[in-house]
Design a protein around this ligand. Structure first.
Ligand code: MG
Length: 332
């Protein structure tokens, strides 16, 4: 299989008529970059219209932009995995190697630890992360940096479990919100933040569990989870990472591409990708391009929908660049 950058054949499956308008323009799938060992955690950077992502086994982060092409953004990053934008415009990074969540400025400078332990015990290997509109930071802590030799420094779990955490950076409160998924991995809120979806990828490795699914939880009082239920099984492969669009539809990674489900878990469509998909994110000026981190490569496909996650600082976040220049850039 040639992995040269450029257009890639892509016969999109429309499984439900509601999905047809999203791809009615017959979008082309494009390979933007290749050469990674295993790609995860793409994050769109609105300020310079770039995508950053992790090449975990090479312990580096890559950057792609239409202007600059593909470059190494930072090396020896502590085996970062998932990333997201905080409301002050900084980038939050999950690090297997540091067993921590840390932040940097958007240019990669000013690295500092956000949180690295719970009740005195180090995390396993924070994997993926989202910021709720109230500023709280939610992240998963599966064991992959401990048990996959090329994705961290190895080690034992000090917590003895794989949990999802909620951090309130204003108070420092750090609470586990669920231990239901065996290996919690990707996570995302519904557009109204009343539901949190968490993927469970315990079936990804032999000798672990067998789950390859998304769980759904009701968010109670903005801070607790209740009514955990199996939302959908994704096959082939596992739903390592996923995103939600303005319709509340879920775009989940899988072995064979991106699977699209509605908020009742009914399948809407499938976007085939020629390499195993790890994570994805919405980006582009309009938030309507799907950037897909798949094994060695980064792909893009423009869709007639928009993601709901934030891609730069919020005007109401204290000290944010956006608050200082007064522009309204928050994408709700
Ligand atoms: Mg992940």
């Amino acid at each position: 299989m040639s992995l040269a950058p450029g257009a890639v054949p892509c016969a999109i499956d429309v499984l439900d008529a509601r999905f047809a308008p999203v791809v009615a323009h017959r979008p082309a799938l494009e390979r933007l970059a290749t050469g990674a060992i295993w790609s995860e955690g793409p994050v769109w950077i609105d300020e310079d219209e770039s995508v950053l992502w992790s090449d975990i086994p090479n312990d580096r982060m890559l950057r792609w932009s239409a202007r600059d092409g593909t470059t190494v953004w930072r090396e020896r990053v502590g085996f970062t995995n998932g990333h997201t934008r905080d409301r002050d415009g900084t980038i939050l990074h999950c690090s297997h190697g540091l067993r921590a969540v840390f932040r940097t400025r958007v240019d990669g400078s000013g690295q500092r630890t956000v949180v690295d332990r719970w009740q005195g015990k180090r995390f396993n290997s924070p994997n993926d992360i989202v910021v709720k509109s109230d500023g709280t930071i939610w992240f998963t802590d599966p064991p992959y940096g401990l048990i996959v030799p090329e994705e961290g420094h190895g080690g034992e779990s000090e917590i003895g479990d794989c949990l999802v955490f909620r951090l309130d950076p204003r108070t420092g409160e750090l609470d586990p919100v669920t231990g239901l998924p065996e290996h919690p991995n990707g996570l995302a809120f519904s557009p109204d933040e009343r539901v949190l979806y968490v993927s469970d990828t315990s079936g990804a490795l032999p000798g672990q569990g067998s789950n390859h699914c998304l769980w759904a939880f009701d968010v109670v009082g903005g801070r607790r989870l209740a009514n955990g239920r199996l939302f959908a099984e994704i096959s082939p492969g596992v739903p390592d990472g996923f995103r939600v669009d303005v319709n509340g539809w879920i775009y989940a990674s899988a072995q064979d591409g991106v699977h699209v489900l509605d908020a009742q878990a009914r399948p809407l469509g499938r976007i085939p990708v020629p390499e195993k998909v790890g994570n994805l994110t919405f980006g582009g000026r309009g938030g309507d391009e799907l950037y897909i981190a798949a094994s060695s490569s980064l792909y893009r496909i423009p869709l007639a929908t928009r993601g709901v996650q934030q891609s730069r600082g919020s005007p109401d976040a204290p000290g944010s660049p956006a608050s200082r220049n007064g522009t309204n850039v928050f994408r709700a």
